[in-house]
Write a new protein. Structure first.
Length: 516
């Protein structure tokens, strides 16, 4: 009896000690990179009322844990450099080694962000050029959660020939370009999951405030409410028994039955990936975010149109959560895909997502990487991630880092209708920003990819000509009085307009006609 009591006492004492241990989130680990030149939040958990001291480099702060055991300090800004040791002391002491200070970017999205360097163009060559110990990547473990979580799994990896093959290719080529231009350590946090909907990456509370988005959430909620684990198991067993009997009888059978998964855990359920893969990173100091997603939301024109509200909502939501102001957010515009354009205008969900992504530029400190020339018609995962990462980095370098460069392809700004001239044709005169020295074509051939429509709304191929190197004149013999113009309005467009840096123009339209 006395031995039993002693065992219980020892057990209670052990549990108490465990609860009192200071603990850090998974993102705070050896080889991490923290953001330079701004406050550095460090947080974790311990026993209620415990005194915690955090030290990194010359910066040190102390705090007392709250009643829930949560604590957080904001260390003073540090200049780029390292390595440093992060030391956290309370009733126990934690040490995180080889901490660098530099530029940190969150890299998120679906499969084209998750796609690794090993699957990109010229991997053998890229592997031999991957010795960059000051570039590190943290891969957030896949985690779909119906409730908000405050921690995640993952590890920081140092870029090398052995490790780079598993890095996100888009993030890697983006980070490598930044490192070469800025000459500071680069930290890339890869939180991505293939085939996922943007709704999964945005908090539930943010989406509920937007009626058009909330209706989609209702659909998922109804599916979750109607799910019964017992009924799913019963149905599965019946299907499995029938399948096995047919197989035993030598009859043709299809795929082996699968039990219905709990829809509450589905990775596409609104907010599930925010809960498990974004919230655990908040408020880790970052410079900005790059986003490569949209394929999942391109199935219908309605979904592609709604994407504008969804992307705007997600950007605002993340900025609100991080409390770092309007940090830079750069989106990869969907590339060319599917069959080559044959009609003057081809309305699809893919095209509408592309337009919705362009609309994100209405928000402060947002950018876009135009990729309509580097996709693959038969592969939704184009291999030229070098170009994608390069264009993301150019936007960051030209805006966030104030480099005097041409950092984007031409983007439509406005147009003017010019009445019939001696050719008896009205024309559209079109203006752009991000021209560089001049507008030109990528292949030296006449401009293509333009379409005009009159009041009847019927689209016809149009002829475009560069005027004075900076504007375009667009005409069509079939549309003597044009009222609307579109460019590269197709999944796999044929347009060839670029600027002096060779960067492609973004698809655009001058009309606001409803597309059904």
């Amino acid at each position: 009896m006395h031995r039993l009591i002693l065992a219980v006492i020892v057990g209670v004492s052990f549990c108490s000690t465990t609860l009192a241990d200071i603990r850090l989130p998974g993102v705070f680990a050896d080889h991490m990179v923290v953001q330079r030149d701004q406050s550095i939040p460090v947080w974790g958990w311990g026993d209620s009322g415990e005194e915690v001291t955090v030290q990194l480099g010359r910066s040190s702060k102390s705090v007392t844990t709250n009643p829930d055991g949560r604590w957080m300090v904001k260390l003073d800004p540090l200049a780029a450099g390292g390595p440093h040791e992060l030391k956290v002391s309370g009733k126990n002491t934690l040490k995180v080694d080889d901490v660098l200070v530099g530029e940190v970017w969150l890299c998120s999205g679906q499969s084209n962000m998750a796609m690794t360097v090993s699957r990109s163009l010229n991997f053998d060559k890229e592997q031999t050029q991957a010795d960059f110990p000051d570039i590190r990547m943290f891969k957030v473990g896949s985690n779909s959660q119906p409730e908000i979580k405050d921690d995640c799994k993952g590890e920081w990896q140092i870029a090398s020939a052995d490790s780079v093959g598993s890095f996100s290719a888009t993030a890697w080529f983006f980070g490598r370009k930044l490192h070469k231009e800025l000459n500071v350590p680069i930290g890339l946090i890869n939180s991505s999951w293939g085939g996922t909907d943007i709704a999964a990456w945005t908090s539930r509370s943010a989406q509920q405030k937007v009626p058009a988005i909330a209706s989609k959430m209702d659909l998922y909620d109804k599916q979750a409410a109607s799910y019964s684990a017992a009924q799913a198991e019963e149905k599965f067993q019946a299907q499995l028994k029938a399948w096995e009997q047919r197989k035993a009888d030598g009859k043709k059978v299809g795929r082996k039955p699968r039990k219905q998964a709990d829809p509450r855990l589905n990775q596409n359920r609104p907010s599930n990936l925010f809960n498990g893969m974004i919230n655990p990173l908040v408020p880790y100091a970052i410079r900005g975010a790059i986003w490569y997603q949209g394929e999942r939301n391109s199935k219908t024109i309605a979904d592609g149109t709604l994407y504008a509200d969804q992307l705007k909502t997600m950007i605002a939501d993340w900025r609100y959560r991080w409390e770092q102001g309007d940090f830079t957010f750069i989106t990869v515009q969907l590339p060319n895909f599917h069959a080559k354009q044959t009609k003057p205008v081809e309305n699809t969900g893919w095209v509408m997502v592309r337009e919705s992504e362009l609309k994100s530029l209405h928000l402060k400190n947002t950018g876009i990487a135009i990729t309509t020339d580097v996709g693959m018609p038969n592969d939704i995962h184009p291999k030229n991630k070098q170009a994608v990462g390069q264009r993301l980095a150019l936007w960051a370098l030209g805006t966030t880092y104030k480099k005097d460069i041409v950092y984007s392809g031409p983007i439509y700004t406005f147009h003017q209708y010019r009445g019939p001239s001696d050719t008896k044709l009205g024309r559209m005169q079109v203006y752009f920003r991000h021209i560089g020295d001049e507008l030109k074509t990528s292949d030296g051939k006449p401009l293509r990819g333009f379409a005009l429509a009159g009041e009847d709304g019927i689209w016809h191929d149009a002829k475009a000509a560069i005027a004075s190197g900076t504007t375009l004149n667009v005409t069509s013999k079939k549309v003597p009085d044009p009222v609307a113009l579109r460019y590269n309005w197709a999944d796999n467009p044929i347009g060839n307009l670029v600027n002096s840096a060779g960067l492609p123009a973004a698809p655009f339209r001058t009309d606001t006609w409803e597309i059904k």
